[in-house]
Ligand binder design. Structure first.
Ligand code: 5GP
Ligand code: MN
Length: 339
């Protein structure tokens, strides 16, 4: 993988471009992809954003989100676009397998694949150009750096701004995680000076819930949360019947894993959700406990030091047992935590 600066001089030569992201895109995956979309469109490229799967409805407000194609619903069209593309930007994921059913067509594509991502251990050999930087708060921040670095900062208009801000805001937990560097605040200053309406973005993302979702969260906190004080750990296990009862849709469970971290002393929180076809897990930690390694070792997953996920084909009950065993194996790291 060559440095991404290598494509700066080609940016002004219009190409057929596909932008894609990880499956079940979050605010950062969708925000960074659409921010890049609005930038490249102004340079005259023909650009299509493809999501490997569906996404949460709280992302639909983003400018041009209505033009994003869901690979699972439009396989033939997406395969044609990917095969015809000259550049394929891969945003907010480190390995092609994070695009689920798109992996095969992406790896066979003739196009130059270009990576912009902040996850550990990227599959560098699969990309012609790229940048991978785990110190970055979000892929959206990296898209901003890319635009500024290419000396096209003047193209950061309202659409680019809103998408980038949404990605940075969601991946930094609204600017509270340690990844929120001075550069992140400088980025916000730049976007504000360009006229960004930041409260519009916060409301569009966080105040767009349903009554069902709020009652579902109430049920989860009351009935599905276990605390293991001697391990400074909390676990939420959600059966599929809850998802059906409360009509839970993609994205409705996002952020739930963070709730237990608000309990004094809890430094490690996990959620395991029975989605029917798989059991999806998310892990979050505060401070020194490395959930990326934990997810890789025990849950066939990965992510970042303080935020990771995984998946499993075992039952929910088996996953819970497996989690408790894994937690016990890590007692030393978990129990000796210093605040
Ligand atoms: P979340 O818990 O919000 O789904 O994901 C947290 C972080 O872990 C994200 O950065 C995401 O990319 C990563 N992640 C989530 N699930 C998986 C997985 O199944 N495999 C891998 N390698 N990473 C994951
Ligand atoms: Mn991200």
């Amino acid at each position: 993988m060559q440095a991404i600066e290598g494509i700066y001089s080609s940016l002004t030569h219009p190409k057929k471009v596909v932008i894609t992201m990880h499956q079940k895109p979050d605010g950062d995956a969708m925000g960074s992809s659409l921010g890049l979309y609005h930038f490249l469109m102004q340079l005259g490229h023909t650009v299509q954003v493809i999501s490997p799967t569906n996404w949460a409805s709280f992302l639909n407000w983003m400018p041009a989100c209505n033009l994003v194609i869901d690979f699972e619903k439009n396989k033939e069209k997406c395969e044609r676009l990917i095969n015809e593309a000259e550049w394929i930007f891969c945003l907010d994921f480190n390995t092609l397998s994070r695009t689920k059913n798109m992996e095969a067509v992406l790896s066979a594509a003739k196009a130059e694949r270009i990576l912009i991502d902040h996850h550990q251990q990227p599959q560098a050999e699969m990309f012609a150009y790229g940048i991978s930087d785990v110190s970055k708060s979000s892929t959206a921040e990296m898209v901003y750096d890319f635009i500024i670095g290419s000396s096209h900062g003047n193209l950061i208009n309202t659409q680019v701004s809103e998408c980038i801000y949404a990605g940075v805001m969601t991946d930094t937990g609204s600017f509270r995680f340690p990844s929120t560097t001075a550069n992140v605040h400088k980025l916000v200053t730049f976007l504000k000076e360009k006229g960004l309406n930041h409260s519009k973005v916060h409301e569009a993302i966080y105040d767009n819930s349903t009554e069902n979702r709020l009652r579902f969260i109430g049920n989860v906190l009351l009935n599905r949360l276990q605390i293991f004080y001697e391990y400074n750990t909390a676990l939420i296990a959600i059966p599929q019947s809850d998802l059906i009862k409360y009509d839970i849709k993609t994205g409705d469970t996002e952020g739930l894993v963070n709730y237990p971290l608000s309990i004094e002393g809890i430094k490690f929180a996990a959620i395991i959700i029975d989605r029917g076809e798989e059991r999806k897990s998310s892990f979050r930690s505060k401070g020194e406990f490395d959930v990326n390694s934990f997810a890789r070792k025990y849950f066939n997953g990965g992510g970042h030091f303080n935020a990771a996920g995984g998946s499993s084909t075992l039952t929910l009950e088996q996953n819970v047992e497996h989690f408790i065993e894994a937690m016990k194996e890590n007692k030393e790291a978990l129990a000796t935590y210093q605040f």
